[in-house]
Design a protein around this ligand. Structure first.
Ligand code: SIN
Ligand code: NI
Length: 265
């Protein structure tokens, strides 16, 4: 049970090895039943409020919304969300998986797959969107609902980060990322489907190919995803909602109060 995981606790070596080999890992029960209920309430409250500092990527009816009803930086809307986004339990797991001395928050996002005309999240690599020079950044994807192929569970291509950083894929008009696997060791690698119970999570590296199924059920699929970067990660200058307008210089470490250090060795 990982709901009792403390910053001093160690993840089992097999989880760390699995992540380092495959670029993703699944961990059951990172939330207690009470935390799950609380986080669902906070998320519903935050998502149903028109006020706040988060960025809503698209409105109902839009093509991105059919893929994801997304609010970026939801921790800035709701102190209850901030409690979970800034929680050292999850950041410390990330730190151990990566094997680094410090982990900072880049941003969080609520990722809802809405019922009705839902589209899959196409195969992509996250790091291609982020304004970072270094690799190593990763996401925790905490599901607040049981997930399977009918409501938006994820799939990963194990080991695919070895292909390196490709061009960004459009999530509404996707290119075929598998063009890039032709002639590589991953040409025939099978995706791993990750079904999970609510309160469980996956971690995935920013270069790992991943996908999420469409939601064909009548209920929302609610996920809190938190993006972490290793301390010392520097700004590349790429345009991004989170860093635009902050006055960061290219090559400067991304740090400070908006990118707090959440776990350290
Ligand atoms: C999703 O939740 O549908 C996609 C998550 C991701 O791309 O990281
Ligand atoms: Ni992604």
């Amino acid at each position: 049970m990982y709901d009792t995981f403390e910053p001093k606790s160690l993840l089992p070596q097999e989880k760390v090895e699995f992540y380092r080999k495959n670029g993703f890992v699944q961990i059951h029960n990172v939330l207690t039943a009470d935390e799950l209920e609380e986080l669902r309430d906070y998320m519903d409250e935050a998502m149903n409020s028109a006020q706040g500092m988060s960025t809503q990527t698209d409105q109902k009816g839009g093509s991105y919304y059919r893929v994801l009803n997304q609010r970026v930086n939801i921790w800035r809307d709701h102190a209850g969300m901030a409690k979970y986004t800034a929680h050292s339990r999850f950041a410390e797991m990330a730190r151990q998986l990566v094997g680094t001395s410090g982990i900072r928050l880049f941003h969080d996002h609520a990722l809802l797959k809405m019922p009705g005309d839902s589209k899959p999240t196409p195969w992509h690599q996250d790091l291609t969107y982020w304004p970072m020079n270094e690799t190593g950044a990763l996401s925790i994807w905490i599901t607040l609902d049981d997930v399977d192929e009918r409501n938006g569970c994820m799939m990963f291509i194990p080991g695919s980060r070895s292909i390196g950083k490709l061009n960004p894929i459009s999530l509404v008009d996707p290119q075929d990322i598998f063009e890039y696997t032709k002639g590589t060791e991953h040409e025939h690698t099978k995706p791993v489907i990750v079904r999970m119970k609510a309160g469980s999570c996956t971690f995935h590296d920013g270069l790992t190919f991943h996908y999420a199924h469409a939601n064909v059920t009548d209920n929302q699929r609610r996920v809190l995803a938190i993006i972490y970067m290793t301390d010392g990660t520097t700004y590349s200058g790429k345009s991004h909602t989170i860093t635009n307008g902050l006055g960061l210089a290219v090559g400067e470490p991304i740090r400070g109060g908006l990118f707090p250090l959440l776990a350290r060795a």
